[in-house]
Design a protein around this ligand. Structure first.
Ligand code: NAD
Ligand code: MG
Length: 394
């Protein structure tokens, strides 16, 4: 069998590196076609030397020149490209079979959509892309017969717990989806305590090691809000049928509750290589390098209801999911600005939700029938969020 050719968008990130780890364990099955990064030229050069892709993509011409020089000096003939158009090209090239969409944030939307429109097997980590453009994105999946496989551990778990046949929730006998959440590092904090937490505290997740943006999202529980919206699109369920369950151990990655009273769960150590390996090999199973689950060491599994008073981002996301249209794109863009401002020390942690709420109150929700409308909402939310930051500082 010919090895499948894989493009990894966001190769230098947490998901990108985990993906390359799994790919390298199965050199007979997978070949790396293209690797992309934003600005970390050194890291990307190292990955190119190790995985020998045909193409590499960085953000701009200067980074590209520096990477190209380095690779030539090392005797590698990887071709270096730059910019968003190049990201779209390596995501949709005829030679590519599988695309790992692991760029963080709205920046991943166009390249991820390019992979979908080229009918690829798309491994979706970049949840923000789907949150922003859900209806359009899923329509493109159907129209171009792409194979969309969720990498988010919760959605990968739900995918594994759902039957393989498709159909409405009624036809499948599904009562609800139980989306598990660790609760993050501030699970037990009061709002008062949260007001003075630092970026370092927010990024120190108890169970998962992840990029900075998703770590802050986990701490605010906006990550669970984005995942609620993600689940609605991936599995065609209304928000009311998705229940968030706080489960601090992160061993159950989510569950499906059936009409007959059965609840199916997927369990595993919190290691993203499991969903990555699952989606790469599906419907087969391959080794992910993850150790076997030791239930005796875990000993207990706890569950609690989420607290929307202390985690208002969850409420804002559910509201946006119910509103539809451009509401999720507005929510996502405002959150991206708020998280960057928090990481830069410009605002406190609890201001993240305040900023997002303000943007959602100011900007009316419109239809999101084409990409232009989605990107217009994204730009408008960023403008409003920036204005809020300026007012706050003054
Ligand atoms: P990260 O910050 O570690 O990596 C992000 C990657 O995107 C890097 O390779 C970076 O170079 C690239 N990138 C950033 N901005 C870019 C831009 N403007 N243009 C092009 N490339 C850009 O992030 P991560 O933790 O790997 O997360 C990636 C995505 O996967 C996010 O959408 C996140 O929500 C999702 N996800 C991550 C995890 C996890 O465990 N890390 C779990 C579930 C979902
Ligand atoms: Mg997740």
């Amino acid at each position: 069998m010919m090895p499948a050719r894989v493009t990894v968008l966001g190769a230098t990130g947490s998901i990108g590196l985990s993906t390359l780890d799994v790919l390298a364990r199965h050199a007979e099955r997978y070949e790396v076609f293209a690797l992309t990064a934003f600005s970390r030229v050194d890291e990307l050069a190292g990955l190119c030397l190790r995985h020998r892709p045909r193409l590499a993509v960085v953000a701009d011409v200067r980074a590209a020149a520096s990477l190209q020089q380095r690779l030539r000096d090392a005797g590698l003939n990887t071709e270096v490209l730059y910019g968003e158009q190049a990201l779209c090209e390596v995501a949709s090239a005829a030679e590519v079979d599988v695309v790992m969409a692991a760029i963080v944030g709205a920046a991943g939307l166009r390249p991820t959509l390019a992979a979908v429109q080229a009918g690829k097997r798309v491994l979706l980590a970049n949840k923000e892309a789907l949150v922003m453009s859900g209806a359009l994105f899923m329509q493109a999946v159907r129209r171009h017969a792409a194979t969309l496989l969720p990498i988010d551990s919760e959605h990968n778990a739900i995918f594994q717990c759902l039957p393989e046949r498709t159909g409405s929730l009624e036809q499948l006998g599904v009562r609800r989806i139980l989306l598990t959440a660790s609760g993050g590092p501030f699970r037990e904090f009061t709002l008062e305590q949260m007001a003075s937490v630092t970026p370092a505290q927010a990024c120190a997740h108890p169970n998962w090691s992840m990029g900075q943006k998703i770590s802050v999202d986990s701490a605010s529980m906006m990550n669970k809000g984005l995942e609620l919206i993600e689940a609605c699109w991936l599995f065609d369920v209304p928000p009311a049928r998705v229940e968030v369950v706080v489960h601090p151990q992160s061993v159950i990655h989510s569950m499906v509750d059936y009409l007959d009273g059965s609840v199916l769960a997927q369990l595993g150590n919190p290691d993203m290589r499991t969903p990555i390996a699952h989606a790469l090999a599906w419907p087969e199973r391959i080794d992910a390098g993850v150790s076997a689950l030791d239930l005796f060491r875990i000993a207990r599994l706890d569950f609690q209801a989420p607290d929307e008073q202390r985690f208002p981002c969850l409420r804002l996301a559910r509201q946006a999911a119910e509103q539809g249209g451009t509401a999720p794109a507005l929510l996502n863009a405002a959150n991206e600005v708020a998280v960057a401002a928090f990481l830069a020390g410009r605002i406190g942690f609890t201001a993240i939700a305040a900023l997002i709420e303000e943007v959602l109150q100011r900007e009316p929700v419109a239809a999101a029938d084409d990409l232009q409308q989605v990107f217009a909402a994204d730009a408008r939310a960023r403008e409003l969020a920036d204005a809020w930051l300026v007012r706050q500082a003054g």
